[in-house]
Design a protein around this ligand. Structure first.
Ligand code: IPM
Ligand code: MG
Length: 357
């Protein structure tokens, strides 16, 4: 099985290298015969080719069973035209492969509970939910979008639009996932204001009829943003549109103590998927070996489980992460003032070593 590695910008290459290290270890231990091929995406791709997602990269991705990504973006590319920006490369990758379902598990490790932004009495109830984010529609892709002069004033505009098929297919992903968990879905929208949300809610209600065993509730996004920090234990699967899921998943990461812990998987109708940490490229940390590779490593576990259908190796990676955290090893983002920590590479090495046992 071929895996395309798109390390990207900023801390992307550092965390992706540790993810690949772990995948190689797993490949050896479980006889998986994984092959890796590097390709460019984001700002580094723009610098090398003038395109944030060059054709060569798309070709390598097409030949692969899964894509393993670092992160894209940075101040060096912030003033480029929209279609040349690093983020445009990532959005095009998602769109090209029709990866409409973004899965972001939010899990609080008891040993890191002290890092959570939550009060300790809330932490005790546990945090274990999944944000299912629609990834190829909504305001990220709606047209018209742009900037123009209107009545002598500069205007910027985007279009938030969903069709019923787009809502139905992501709703089915969320209902199916909920069925394998605690069978509860909270669908997030702004149906009190937005037309696109009213359609969203109607189609989610229709889809619910196909899944009678799953309990559905609806929540306005502003309320959901508040409930995530005041009562996160109530959530099992949160079904979100593209923009709302983007925002709420970053917020949710603060519950777990660090954005450096959250993995993600982006899937379409086949087993092909793109796996990336939820965090960004953190340009200010780049090249210092201070990033936390765990989000990337847990994304590698999702790749094993969802694209390669290798459940046991996926569990082995997740267990190795737990073990290393339980042993007290920490990256900079996981310590309190004055406590000692290790770098990105040392954390990756420790997790790989655990896997070798
Ligand atoms: C994410 C990121 C991306 C997004 C950016 C980098 C385009 O924030 O994956 O959450 O907004 O989808
Ligand atoms: Mg985001």
């Amino acid at each position: 099985m071929k895996i395309a590695v798109l390390a990207g910008d900023g801390i992307g290459p550092e965390v992706a290298a540790e993810g690949v290290r772990v995948l190689k270890t797993v490949s050896w231990r479980f006889n998986l015969d994984l092959e890796f091929e590097n390709a460019l995406i984001g700002g580094c791709a723009y610098d090398a080719t003038g395109d944030p997602l060059p054709e060569e990269t798309l070709k390598i991705c097409r030949d692969a069973g899964a894509v393993f990504m670092g992160a894209v973006g940075g101040p060096a590319w912030d003033n480029l035209p929209a279609e040349k920006r690093p983020e445009a490369g990532l959005l095009k990758l998602r769109k090209t492969f029709a990866l409409y379902a973004n899965i972001r598990p939010v899990l609080l490790y008891p040993e890191l509970a002290f890092l959570s932004c939550l009060r300790q009495d809330l932490v005790k109830q546990g945090v274990d939910f999944v944000v299912v984010r629609e990834l190829t529609g909504g305001v990220y892709f709606g047209r018209p979008a742009g900037q123009e002069q209107r009545d002598g004033l500069r205007c910027g505009f985007d279009t938030m639009i969903y069709n019923e098929e787009e809502v139905r297919r992501i709703a089915r992903v969320a209902f199916t996932l909920a069925g394998s968990r605690r069978s509860k879905i909270c669908s997030v929208d702004k149906a009190n204001v937005l037309h696109s949300s009213r359609l969203w809610r109607a189609v989610v209600n229709e889809t619910a009829a196909e899944f009678p065993e799953v309990e559905l509730s609806h929540m306005y996004v502003d309320n959901a943003a508040m409930q995530i920090v005041s009562n996160p234990g109530r959530f099992d699967v949160m079904l979100c549109s593209n923009l709302f899921g983007d925002i709420l998943s970053d917020e949710a990461s603060a519950l777990t103590g660090s954005l450096g812990l959250l993995p993600s998987a982006s899937l379409g109708e086949t087993q092909f998927g793109v796996y990336e940490p939820c965090h960004g490229s953190a340009p200010d940390m780049a090249g210092q070996d201070t990033a936390n590779p765990i989000a990337a490593i847990l994304s590698a576990a999702l790749l094993l489980r969802l694209s390669l259908q290798q459940g046991a190796p996926a569990v082995a990676v997740e267990k190795a992460v737990r073990k290393v955290l339980a042993s007290g090893l920490r990256t900079q983002d996981l310590v309190r003032e004055g406590e000692s920590f290790v770098g990105c590479r040392a954390m990756g090495e420790a997790i790989a070593k655990e896997l070798e046992k």
